[in-house]
Design a protein around this ligand. Structure first.
Ligand code: ADP
Ligand code: MG
Length: 223
């Protein structure tokens, strides 16, 4: 089964009277359990691609499927709960809620899903990534690496089948970046999640099942 599929997906942004075509009839199928690395220079459409594949944004043309279900025309009200259970997101800039503690941030998606074990699961995950001593810290009281590890716990708490990670190490030094990538890989292997990772890290790209490159709106599937 394909966990994610894009068919002839096009995305055009209109700014004033100018149109820019960021993705031009891109097709991609990601089988369940695959670890896919997405590369491409800045502005090549990597973030746009992830937004479309996760249903956060709509393509201008073409279709998107998650678990063989066509989500292209699904309304946000129906997509949000689907996404909360199926997809975990890790962003370059963490996106933690500033008014919530690390623990509360991690618990949040589980509480949305009415999981009665949200708190203990969050504690367990924080411990797993070495943040047991930071549970009550607010985001501004965490280092960059700690923020990203907390964000990773939040992405994982509902046991999503898919993890999208968009340059998760972009704001981290190399040691913290490596730790975050190793944890992502560890969870991917352990849970057999489908992992779509945008990264420029060559070492990680080497251990991926597959790598695609965005260039001039097209996707180079290599080989
Ligand atoms: N909401 C938007 N409105 C207009 N243009 C956008 C929008 N989002 C992204 N773009 C443009 O689309 C292109 C691709 O952006 P993005 O997907 O963020 O690239 P990447 O993640 O590879 O750096 C860029 O030229 C960017 O300026
Ligand atoms: Mg980007």
């Amino acid at each position: 089964m394909n966990m994610i599929e894009a068919r002839q997906m096009t995305k055009t942004y209109t700014i004033g009277d100018r149109q820019i075509c960021v993705l031009d009839k891109v097709s991609l199928a990601v089988p369940a359990g695959e670890f896919l690395v997405v590369k491409g220079s800045s502005g090549s459409g990597k973030t746009t691609l992830l937004s479309l594949l996760s249903g956060l944004d709509k393509p201008t043309a073409g279709r998107v499927f998650l678990e063989d279900q066509d989500i292209t025309d699904t309304k946000e009200d129906d997509l949000a709960p689907l996404r909360n259970g199926l997809i975990g997101f890790v962003f370059q800039s963490f996106h933690l809620v500033p008014s919530l503690t690390a623990l509360e941030n991690v618990m949040f998606p589980a509480e949305l899903a009415h999981d009665p074990h949200a708190r203990e699961k969050a504690h367990h995950l924080l411990k797993r990534v070495g943040l047991q001593g930071r549970a009550d810290n607010f985001p501004h009281q965490l280092s960059g690496g700690e923020k990203q590890r907390a964000a990773m716990c939040r992405a994982l708490i509902n046991h999503p089948k898919i993890i999208f990670a968009d340059e998760p190490t972009g704001n981290l030094d190399s040691a913290n970046g490596r730790a975050v990538l190793e944890l992502l890989l560890e969870f991917h292997r352990e849970r057999q999640t489908t992992l779509v990772l945008v990264t420029h890290n060559e070492e990680i790209a080497k251990v991926a099942d597959r790598m695609v490159v965005l260039l001039d709106g097209r996707m180079d599937h290599g080989g």
